[in-house]
Ligand binder design. Structure first.
Ligand SMILES: [Zn+2]
Ligand SMILES: [Zn+2]
Length: 265
């Protein structure tokens, strides 16, 4: 399988050197691995979730070197990706930062609602200020806006809002339809992300019903572990494959130079 969502210690909240991630992926028999560290955020935003802007060239160089070294060692194929926040007030800066490097893949992620990084365990108390249905509505509106922005190839962890178990009191179906439609219209893929299995919600992102809605609209899917440690590379991929099959998928897509190609499951 292919793991298109992997962090390294550069982001400041992951452990392990790049070679250790590659070794772990090789041991799991992955065909492709894409490193996707966090794109530095504009100065108005918190700086502790990402590498510093001046580190970007070294990150790109490290991935290129890892790619060559892995090819010489029989694989897996290593791709250069980035995970870029959806920051509606900083569209131009994010667009420019993405354009500055020859990425194979750009993941788009909604981690912020206003100034709140709602997936940060240190800020979990702020959930108390939200009625869950209002929170879900706001979150999925931002996912649709992120998809429509044209900045991203894939929307990562598309129902991240469930991470700490804040669940709606109403049927989330309409938000799933809205998300699938937004992805289809934008030509964006949906990520099946196994990190949720390691979080309080104990579920893959997205929920089966959201993935089914994507499938009905013809939205392609990718797989990613969102590894923050080498042992997490490719973790939970048997369950990811099961979920994809149950939703009706028989293939996923891989991105090279931001062009998708199909890979059988
Ligand atoms: Zn993320
Ligand atoms: Zn990530």
């Amino acid at each position: 399988m292919i793991d298109l969502h992997i962090h390294t210690e550069r982001c400041g909240h992951a452990t392990g050197r790049m070679e250790q991630y590659v070794e772990a992926g090789r041991a799991r028999g992955l065909e492709v691995m894409c490193f996707t560290d966090h794109l530095p955020m504009p100065e108005a935003y918190p700086q502790h979730y990402t590498m510093r802007p001046e580190e970007m060239p070294a990150y790109v160089g490290d991935v290129m070197a890892a790619s060559t070294a892995s090819r010489d060692s029989g694989g897996p194929e290593i791709l250069l990706g980035i995970e870029a926040d959806w920051l509606p007030d900083a569209f131009t800066e994010v667009e420019r930062a993405i354009a500055a490097h020859p990425f194979d893949l750009v993941l788009g992620s909604v981690h912020f609602l206003g100034d709140w990084a709602f997936d940060d365990p240190d800020l979990v108390a702020r959930y108390d200020a939200w009625q869950p249905d209002v929170l879900w509505e706001r979150y999925f509106d931002e996912v649709a806006n992120a998809a429509a922005s044209g900045l991203y190839d894939v929307i990562a962890h598309p129902d991240l809002v469930k991470k700490f178990g804040s669940l709606p009191t109403v049927d989330p179906g309409p938000w799933y339809e809205q998300t699938a439609l937004a992805l289809a219209e934008a030509g964006c893929a949906v990520e099946v992300n196994t990190a949720g299995l390691r979080k309080p919600v104990r579920e893959i992102y997205p929920a089966l019903d959201l993935l089914k809605a994507c499938r009905r609209r013809g939205v392609p899917a990718t797989t990613g572990s969102d590894s923050h440690a080498p042992s997490e590379v490719g973790e939970g991929f048997d369950l990811a494959r099961e979920l994809l099959v149950e939703a009706g998928y028989d293939s996923v897509v891989c991105f090279r130079q931001r062009v998708a190609t199909e890979v059988a499951l």
